[in-house]
Ligand binder design. Structure first.
Ligand SMILES: [Zn+2]
Length: 264
């Protein structure tokens, strides 16, 4: 069950950076639904266009299919523009594993910030018969994440990580990529077999985020070379959002020029 938050007269949050929440949630939900279908899961969407669906209608849909899992897609909002990060909510103990797995997968996205797996009394979670979670895919009010919400490649990345988590919880590790294998570069060593984003996309994104990020150091690791002897570099990125310096995730990338980006 894929639930795109809001819709119709209910815009959800609306911010300059991210646009209307209902638009971003629908797009991520559609991408997620397609990925799940490609992984041989039976899927149902609570809405597939810009329609208003009440919370009670959503609950009725979510409980209509036996042994379904329900994943509600939302984006967050804050008056403080520096606030950012992913949150995954659940209510019943049976939903905890799914929530934790989704959050873990989202944390593999570059510059992701972990705001935690949390419990909440949201109606679609409280009244769910089967495992149900609600994912807050970042803050529209934040320049970095709001910009991401407007970026189709970033929304694809969100959908990919959530789909991977759902398939993993259902069928175990490794199944997701076997079912929906991306095009891989034969020159890539095993660690690079899974393309994330291209070097060009990565560079463009880094430039876009440059207002937030100041390089915090770089150390070349001689042991980290790809199969063509090209060196992997490790950078530490320090965010200076909201005037508060925060250390973000470490990441590595190859100067290989083959478009295979691996983010640690
Ligand atoms: Zn929402």
């Amino acid at each position: 069950m894929v639930d795109a938050g809001h819709g119709g007269k209910d815009n959800g949050a609306y911010r300059n950076y991210g646009g209307a929440e209902k638009v971003a949630t629908l797009d991520v939900a559609k991408r997620l639904e397609r990925k799940l279908r490609e992984s041989q899961l039976k899927t149902v969407m609570t809405r597939s266009d810009d329609t208003f669906i009440s919370l009670d209608q959503r609950v009725a849909i979510e409980n209509s299919q036996k042994n379904a899992v329900f994943v509600s897609i939302h984006f967050n909002d804050s008056r403080r523009r520096g606030i950012h990060g992913f949150e995954t909510y659940y209510h019943s103990p049976a939903s905890r594993d799914l929530a934790a797995t989704i959050q873990t997968k989202l944390m593999t996205i570059p510059h992701s910030m972990n705001r935690g797996v949390k419990t909440a009394n949201f109606r679609v979670l409280r009244l769910a018969t089967y495992p149900a979670v609600l994912v807050e895919c970042g803050f529209l009010s934040n320049r970095l994440e709001g910009g991401g919400a407007r970026d189709s490649e970033y929304r694809e990345l969100l959908a990919d990580r959530i789909a991977e988590a759902i398939v993993e919880v259902r069928y175990g590790e490794g199944v997701y990529h076997a079912a929906a294998a991306p095009v891989t570069n034969e020159l890539s060593p095993p660690a690079l077999a899974r393309p994330r984003i291209s070097a060009r996309q990565f560079t463009a994104r880094l430039e876009f985020f440059s207002a937030f990020l100041a390089p915090g150091g770089c150390d070349n690791d001689e042991r980290n070379k790809n199969n063509r002897g090209e060196k992997r570099e490790r950078f530490r990125i320090v965010g200076v959002t909201g005037g508060v310096a925060e250390t973000h995730r470490q990441f590595c990338f190859h100067h290989s020029g083959v478009g295979s980006e691996q983010v640690a």
